[in-house]
Write a protein that binds this ligand. Structure first.
Ligand code: MG
Length: 395
């Protein structure tokens, strides 16, 4: 590739949750292992499955019941996220030691920009094997690795030889890899674009390559230019370290679908509390409260409301989320309920009309709750104590 070409590594762990489970249960090795839930968990889906289970047609996101039919002798275990996060933390710490710039993609996946580090290794294959060895030493789990001059090709490459795969894409083999691929393997090409291309008898990257940039742009606007570039293995997106979170929230899938009133009265307060705890833990403020509702038929609805002041307390969150949920006219039962706070900042935003006494009390209460999470005083009671000088006795 050209002199200013980059060296981008994509690392993707092999059946990560299963690999971590097997570390703790060596008896699972070589067996059909399915992480997601016990066989009789009616609503669970497969989070991860061993390569042995994949031979029976089991794959991620499949309902557990279906996996149990395909693979009746499989070992079914519920996910242990705390454990996976522990191993993931070690993995990502290792990435930051290996590479000058790391972009985490998920719990078990990252891009490493190794541009300028090539001379530490005999060649790119040596670099890949060295990263695989270090990952295995640090986590006890195996990784597949793709190395290429850009993110799109590196991610494509890591998927080509799984598990424990190592694949390097250079200008010598880029066409051999890219041209036969179906167009939906290109980054950002979803169902709609695939269908639109199919109407013009374009199914593979090779067929896409025959089209001019002008034609693609007339068809897809600015996305056309991206298609033109990706079909040639060009992707200028930088490997970027993570920025601060754009939203903080919490959502719960219920064990059984609930009528909307019941969800509002019985489940919403605990979700609001979890969100408030996360905001406080991160020392963040936000002004927009977003409510997410998924119904029994999987249709999902979101509603949001921006407040004049930063959200600081459970009361603020609950009040905003309740009024949003009250406006939902659907009558279908609710499967999932979530609250998210966005417009996050490190500083509290106050409207000109904010009551400074209330702000002060909220601050004091947060400190109290940090010391004693079960402290029963709410903003409303604290405010009335402050105004009357004594606590009003409730009924
Ligand atoms: Mg993976």
């Amino acid at each position: 590739m050209s002199k200013n070409s980059r060296t981008v590594v994509h690392v993707d762990m092999d059946a990560f949750f299963c690999a971590v489970e097997t570390l703790h249960h060596p008896e699972y090795a070589g067996k059909c292992l399915i992480v997601g839930g016990y066989k009789d968990a009616p609503r669970a889906v497969v989070s991860s499955c061993s390569y042995e289970a994949r031979r029976y047609g089991v794959h991620s996101a499949m309902p557990i019941a279906q996996a149990a039919r395909l693979c009746p002798h499989g070992i079914f275990v519920p996910p242990n996220m705390a454990l996976y996060k522990e191993v993931s933390a070690k993995l990502h710490a290792l990435f930051r030691q290996i590479a000058p710039v790391v972009e985490p993609v998920s719990i078990d996946e990252a891009f490493l920009d190794m541009t300028g580090c090539e001379h530490f290794y005999p060649d790119l294959a040596g670099m890949g094997r060295s990263i695989q060895e270090q990952v295995y030493k640090t986590t006890g789990c195996t990784a597949s690795i793709g190395i290429a001059p850009c993110k799109f090709l590196a991610k494509l490459a890591s998927d080509l030889r799984k598990p424990q795969g190592l694949y390097i894409i250079t200008e010598d083999n880029v066409d051999a890899v890219l041209l036969p691929l179906p167009v939906n393997k290109l980054w950002g090409v979803g169902e709609k674009t695939t269908q639109a291309l199919a109407r013009h008898s374009i199914y593979t990257v090779a067929e896409l390559r025959t089209k001019s940039q002008a034609w693609l742009q007339s068809m897809f606007g600015s996305a056309g230019a991206q298609l033109y570039a990706l079909a040639r293995g060009i992707d200028d997106r930088p490997v970027e370290p993570p920025g601060p979170a754009k939203s903080i929230g919490h959502e719960v899938t219920f064990a059984v679908d609930l009528p909307i009133r019941k969800a509002l009265n019985e489940e919403l307060p605990a979700i609001a509390q979890a969100v408030a705890r996360r905001l406080q833990r991160d020392g963040r403020y936000g002004r927009t409260v977003m409510l997410k509702v998924r119904f029994s038929d999987f249709t999902t609805l979101t509603r949001q409301h921006t407040l004049p002041n930063s959200v600081v307390s459970v009361t603020d969150i609950l009040r905003a989320a309740t009024s949003l949920l009250k406006n939902v006219k659907e009558t279908k039962p609710v499967r999932l309920l979530g609250i998210y706070i966005t417009d996050l900042s490190k500083h509290q935003q106050l409207s000109l009309f904010a009551d400074p006494r209330k702000q002060k009390i909220e601050q004091l209460l947060r400190r109290l709750k940090q010391q004693d999470p079960n402290c029963p005083i709410t903003t409303a009671t604290a405010f009335s104590i402050r105004q009357t000088g004594k606590r009003k006795e409730g009924p």
